[in-house]
Write a protein that binds this ligand. Structure first.
Ligand code: DQA
Length: 150
């Protein structure tokens, strides 16, 4: 039973730890990824990570995920709010996808209240700090097991 998850991190998330720590916390991306790998091992999930500041790289990764990954976890960061191209890529590949945000996008500036990818993802986790990623792993595991039961 293959349980490979692609974890995509969008623009500026490479700066976690120093970037607006009052909003995004003090953990660096590497630390979050380490915690994810540890947590994923409990579920037998294998994780692959890509952080990119470039929309096209994220789209390429989504397209190339077909046939290899059983789920995608994506924090599209600012692209969340306007990238129709990332939305279309998610919609095109038909891989269960979990949208993640560290902060609660609905309690911030108006322009963050709208996610263009939300209608095409399986579900969204927003506002739990870095634990949002661990909750997303639980969700991914749930989705994959549900699929295997059918
Ligand atoms: C974010 C929220 C976005 O609005 C913002 O542009 C980010 C991070 C989050 O994880 O809370 O870069 O996706």
């Amino acid at each position: 039973m293959n349980k490979q998850i692609l974890v995509l991190q969008g623009p500026n998330l490479n700066l976690l730890g120093t970037r607006e720590p009052n909003i995004y916390g003090i953990k660096r991306l590497e630390e979050i990824h380490r915690e994810m790998v540890e947590y994923a091992a409990e579920f037998g999930l294998v994780l692959h990570f890509l952080q990119s500041n470039h929309e096209g790289s994220i789209i390429d990764a989504i397209q190339q995920a077909v046939g290899t990954y059983q789920a995608i976890i994506i924090n599209a960061a600012a692209f969340t709010h306007y990238s129709v191209a990332i939305r279309d890529a998610i919609s095109a590949v038909n891989i269960p996808t979990i949208e993640v945000h560290i902060s609660n996008i609905y309690s911030r500036e108006d322009f963050r209240n709208h996610s263009v990818i939300a209608p095409v993802v399986t579900g969204q986790i927003t506002g739990f700090g870095s634990a949002s990623y661990l909750l997303a792993l639980q969700a991914a595991n749930f989705i994959i097991n549900q699929r295997d039961d059918n």
